[in-house]
Design a protein. Structure first.
Length: 338
C-alpha cells in the first residue's frame, strides 16, 4: 500500500514523545512479573529468512542500525528480511528515500516469487497479498528529521506497522551536525520504545583507506557520523558484498564456493546472547540471498494466503450454500504466474 508523506504532517512529535509518568523507584517485589515478561519478550520478534541466523531477532521496542559500504546491497538484503517479516504476519513500513516506490514493490514481488522479473499477473497477486502487510512511504528526496519522526509515528499509529525501515540516513537533512544526529537517533530509539515497534535505520560505513579498501569488511566503528548511533542502537547489523568474488564470476574465472558471496555481521545484540558473522550466497537469478551454496530458496505462498482471505471474505458476505466449492480454475489456482 502506498502512503503519501502528507498523511503525517499534522503529527506533533514533541507531544507524542512527552510523558506524564512521574519518575519513581522500583521495588524488588514489583519487578518479578516484569522480569518474567521481559524474558518472554526477548524470545519474541522478527525472525530472519536464513536458518543460520535463527539466534538473531528484531524485537518490539528496538532501534536497529543497519549498514555497510555504498553499493553493498544494504537495501536489497534488508528488503528480503522485511518481506520475510510480512510473511510471518508482521506489518512492515518501508521509507525508501532513494528508490521509487514502484521499484521497491517490483523488487519485493520478485523476491516473493524467486524470479528476476515476475509478470504483471503475479504483480497483481502480490499487490493483493501485500496490501495490508507492506506500506511504502511515497517520497524520494531529502526530508527533515521532524518529517522522518512523523512518518515513523504515523506508520505505527495509523497503519499498525510493527517495523519501520528508514532508508537511509544520508537522505535526512541533518547538516552534518553530530549533535543533531545524536538527538535524531535518540528520538528514533524513544519512538521505538514508546510504541513497542522496531525501527531500522540504514546508514553508510566510511569509505576505507589503505591497500585492502572495500575488500575488508567494515565494523561497528566504521559508520559515518557520531559514535552515539552505535551506542543508542539495540542491535547493529553490518553487511558486506564479496565484490572480488563477483568480479571473478563475471570474468568467467573458476571460483571456489568455500568463500561466501555475502556476509552479515551482527556486531551488537543488546537483548540477545548471540553476535557473529554468517555467510550467504546470491541466488543465480533472483535478487535474494540463500542459506548455502546450493542457492535454493522457497517462494512465499501468496496464492494460498490470497485464497484464504477470499474465502474468509465470502464467509462474511455470502451464505455458504450459495458459494461455489472452488476458486479460480479447476486446479484451485488463482491463475497468473507459475
Amino acid at each position: 500500500m502506498l502512503i503519501d508523506h502528507s498523511n503525517f504532517d499534522k503529527i506533533n512529535v514533541l507531544e507524542e514523545l512527552s510523558s506524564n509518568v512521574v519518575d519513581d523507584v522500583a521495588f524488588s517485589h514489583d519487578l518479578v512479573s516484569r522480569a518474567m515478561k521481559r524474558r518472554d519478550a526477548v524470545d519474541d520478534g522478527i525472525r530472519m529468512p536464513w536458518s543460520k541466523m535463527d539466534q538473531f531477532l528484531m524485537r518490539p521496542g528496538e532501534f536497529i542500525l543497519y549498514g555497510g559500504y555504498s553499493g553493498h546491497r544494504k537495501s536489497q538484503s534488508l528488503s528480503q528480511m522485511m518481506l520475510h517479516a510480512a510473511a510471518q504476519g508482521f506489518r512492515v513500513g518501508i521509507m525508501s528515500l532513494e528508490v521509487p516506490a514502484e521499484a521497491t514493490f517490483d523488487m519485493l514481488a520478485g523476491m516473493s516469487a524467486v524470479v528476476a522479473r515476475p509478470p504483471e499477473s503475479y504483480l497483481k497477486e502480490f499487490a493483493q497479498w501485500s496490501d495490508d502487510r507492506i506500506f511504502l512511504y511515497e517520497r524520494q528526496d531529502m526530508i527533515t528529521p521532524g518529517e522522518a519522526l512523523q512518518a515513523c509515528i504515523g506508520l505505527r499509529k495509523f497503519m499498525g506497522a510493527d517495523v519501520v525501515v528508514l532508508d537511509g540516513m544520508m537522505c535526512i537533512d541533518l547538516a552534518d551536525d553530530l549533535n543533531q544526529e545524536k538527538r535524531f537517533a535518540a528520538a528514533l530509539a524513544s519512538i521505538a520504545k514508546k510504541y513497542g515497534m522496531t525501527i531500522i535505520l540504514v546508514h553508510h560505513s566510511r569509505k576505507p583507506h589503505g591497500h585492502d579498501g572495500e575488500a575488508r569488511m567494515p565494523d561497528k566503528h566504521s559508520f559515518l557520523g557520531t559514535s552515539r548511533l552505535v551506542n543508542l542502537a539495540s542491535s547493529v547489523v553490518i553487511v558486506w558484498d564479496n565484490k572480488k568474488k563477483a568480479a571473478q564470476i563475471e570474468r568467467g574465472d573458476e571460483v571456489s564456493d568455500d568463500e561466501p558471496d555475502y556476509l552479515i555481521n551482527v556486531a551488537k545484540h543488546r537483548n540477545g546472547k548471540w553476535e557473529g558473522v554468517v555467510g550467504l550466497y546470491h541466488h543465480p537469478t533472483a535478487r535474494i540471498l540463500c542459506n548455502n551454496r546450493q542457492r535454493m530458496y522457497r517462494p512465499i505462498e501468496i496464492r494460498k494466503a490470497n485464497r484464504e482471505e477470499f474465502e474468509n471474505e465470502n464467509d462474511r458476505i455470502t451464505p455458504i450454500h450459495n458459494r461455489r466449492a472452488g476458486l479460480g480454475d479447476d486446479s484451485g489456482r488463482l491463475g497468473g504466474f507459475g
